[in-house]
Design a protein. Structure first.
Length: 367
């Protein structure tokens, strides 16, 4: 047999092997079709196993929530031993999301001195204690979640002084809590205005207001929300006026220990869910009905009817937002219950309106 014939036979054998191998491989068209299959047809992924703080909380069976415990409207102990206030309600919202039960909370009352170390060392799972978000605290304490109350520092004076501005307090003594952003802001503002004053500093909140009410100071300064709350507790509230002055920005919100992104995500999205619910008109009264009847895809995703994997990505049940809203309501319900028109504070929402009403509250898309 000639060399040319042998070469032709060899070429035929190679071609046969190549053709046979191609028949067992997936064609490019099949591969593209598989990659373009609609996400809705894919199997719902199982929730990832809990790790870090989420696993610890679920194993412990309680959420350790650091609060003030003495600030009406935010967190205060009632006569029956329960806690009320905006901060307390967000503790409950987190307990519902992670544990399915708003009562499974270990309340830890913290002072201004102990709150930082408590979050740094992981003594608490979350700090929700009228704490201002600042760059140094963000760097040293932990991760700050969404703002749940936009506040600003104010100043309260005795009405008999007739003061209307900070300049009117030249030479006055001012009570202020030591080691707080409040103390620093007061110094900065008075220095900028060239106003001389005598600070009277106290380590705790109660002695600060006690000294003011007893007349040892001409004025007292703190977040405006705190001033309003404390004035309601005075023997003669009408004898004290809060000046129409805002000395600082005080965004208050939850803080979690650094280093656990999964837990941080849960805290953020629980807050966002209450804000989004108000924007969508979802309340504690209608959330179940909206889950069952709404055709709005944004509502259906938030309430776990569509895209249940969104909840599972957070390590939560698909209907976690339904349970949170059933328990504490949307942001507006939380605010009105604790600070609104039917409370002793009757505090206008101001910047604490949702963005569609001209406020600063805004939730990213849940999708």
């Amino acid at each position: 047999m000639s060399k040319r014939v042998l070469s032709i036979i060899g070429l035929i054998v190679v071609l046969a092997v190549v053709i046979a191998s191609c028949t067992t491989a997936q064609s490019p068209g099949e591969s593209e079709a598989a990659s373009e299959a609609p996400a809705s047809e894919a199997a719902t992924p199982a929730p990832p196993p809990a790790e870090g703080y989420i696993a610890e909380i679920q194993s412990r069976g309680e959420l350790i929530c650091g609060v003030n415990g003495g600030l009406a409207g935010f967190s205060v102990v009632e006569s029956d031993g329960s806690y009320s206030g905006i901060d307390a309600d967000y503790c409950r919202a987190l307990a519902v999301a992670v544990l399915g039960d708003a009562e499974r909370i270990d309340w830890r009352e913290l002072t201004t001195e102990t709150r930082g170390p408590a979050i740094q060392t992981g003594e608490v799972d979350v700090l929700i204690r009228n704490t201002t978000w600042t760059s140094s605290r963000d760097a040293e304490w932990g991760n700050f979640g969404p703002t749940i109350f936009y506040d600003g520092q104010g100043i309260m004076v005795r009405a008999e002084l007739g003061a209307e501005t900070l300049e009117d307090l030249d030479g006055a003594s001012i009570c202020v809590q030591q080691g707080t952003t409040t103390e620093l802001n007061l110094t900065d503002q008075m220095r900028a205005l060239g106003v001389d004053f005598t600070p009277q500093t106290f380590g705790e909140i109660d002695p600060t207001y006690q000294a003011y009410e007893e007349g040892r100071c001409d004025a007292v300064t703190s977040d405006r929300s705190q001033l309003i709350s404390r004035r309601t507790e005075f023997g003669n509230p009408d004898e004290h006026e809060i000046l129409d002055v805002v000395m600082s920005k005080e965004p208050l919100g939850p803080v979690v220990p650094a280093g656990d992104d999964a837990w941080f995500d849960v805290v953020k999205w629980v807050v966002f869910a209450t804000i989004e619910a108000e924007e969508l008109g979802i309340t504690s009264e209608n959330v179940e009905e909206m889950r069952d009847t709404s055709e709005n895809p944004v509502v259906r995703r938030l309430l776990g009817v569509e895209a249940p994997e969104l909840g599972q990505q957070l390590g939560l049940e698909s209907d976690w937002a339904v349970n949170v809203i059933l328990t504490v309501g949307n942001y507006g319900e939380i605010y009105d219950r604790n600070l609104g028109p039917d409370t002793p504070f009757d505090l206008d929402r101001g910047p604490n309106q949702i963005w569609t009403e001209g406020g600063l509250l805004y939730a990213p898309p849940y999708r």
